[in-house]
Design a protein around this ligand. Structure first.
Ligand code: ZN
Length: 268
């Protein structure tokens, strides 16, 4: 019995206390403690800043885009008389390059007849990524799938010898049909079968924190549905531009993709 209890503690403690951790690099997050009476109205590059409670303190959590220039950055807000700024320093990070062979060449070099669809989907994805709603945010995330984390965020991608945009999320290898659980509560704001992403779901967690799940074999939610943390939303698959079954999970904050791994304890 004592052995069982110990095992349970080991499994569940890191999950219970999973919290975002600061990484002041492009693709990372900045965390700034705010005065409890001064949490509203801060902007980062004109986008509203998420504020949440961590260890009883009001903390601004700011997404830093991969394209961000290094050096001094700030959040700011204006009142009738002046502009208030809080500064932080962003350092460079060198992301590695990954070469990938895709069998379905059309997913790397689409036909001219695919472009209308691709452009329409790009617009929908951009709208979903930059969606904003005022809501309390639960930043204590669950890992959506138990599996091996393969592709790391931010890697430069070369598909069939051709450079493409950096990897915008976390890849978790798991077999087709593995249930995908919502890492936190939210609302489904976009879903469908997309050219590159295959079957995808966007969940709005509130205050500009957005999850995107791609390459699903099955979608088990509907547009506008309210989702609770840990709810099954779909199943792992190999749809879209993939080399095999896995979950691709992107996490957006104030309009930019950031490394989802920063919402979990650092690996040993
Ligand atoms: Zn991926």
């Amino acid at each position: 019995m004592r052995y069982l209890l110990l095992t349970l503690l080991i499994i569940y403690l890191p999950v219970t206390f999973a919290q975002p951790r600061q990484s002041l690099v492009p693709g990372g997050i900045a965390m700034i403690e705010l005065d409890p009476n001064d949490t509203r109205g801060y902007l980062f590059h004109k986008k509203p800043v998420l504020v949440t409670q961590i260890d009883g303190k009001s903390v601004a959590v700011i997404g830093l885009p991969l394209s961000l220039s290094v050096g001094e950055q700030f959040i700011e807000k204006s009142d009738a008389t002046q502009v208030h700024r809080k500064y932080f320093e962003v350092a460079a990070k060198q992301y590695s390059t990954q070469h990938i062979e895709i069998k379905d060449k059309r997913k790397v070099n689409p036909y001219a007849s695919d472009m209308d669809r691709i452009l329409a989907e790009k617009k929908r994805k951009q709208n979903a990524r930059t969606h904003y709603s005022e809501a309390e945010v639960d930043v204590n995330f669950l890992l959506p799938v138990k599996g091996t984390q393969t592709g790391s965020f931010g890697r430069r991608r070369v598909f069939n010898g051709q450079a493409r945009r950096p990897h915008s999320g976390m890849d978790i290898a798991a077999s087709t049909g593995t249930p995908i659980l919502a890492p936190s509560a939210g609302t489904v704001i976009e879903l469908g079968d997309f050219f590159f992403s295959g079957n995808l779901i966007y969940i709005d967690h509130g205050q500009g924190l957005i999850s995107m799940f791609a390459h699903l074999s099955e979608i088990d939610v509907t547009l506008g549905e309210r989702i609770s943390k840990g709810q099954m939303i779909g199943k792992v698959g190999a749809t879209g531009r993939v080399t095999g079954p896995h979950l691709h999970w992107s996490l957006g904050l104030n309009g930019s993709w950031i490394d989802p791994a920063l919402f979990f304890a650092a690996p040993d």
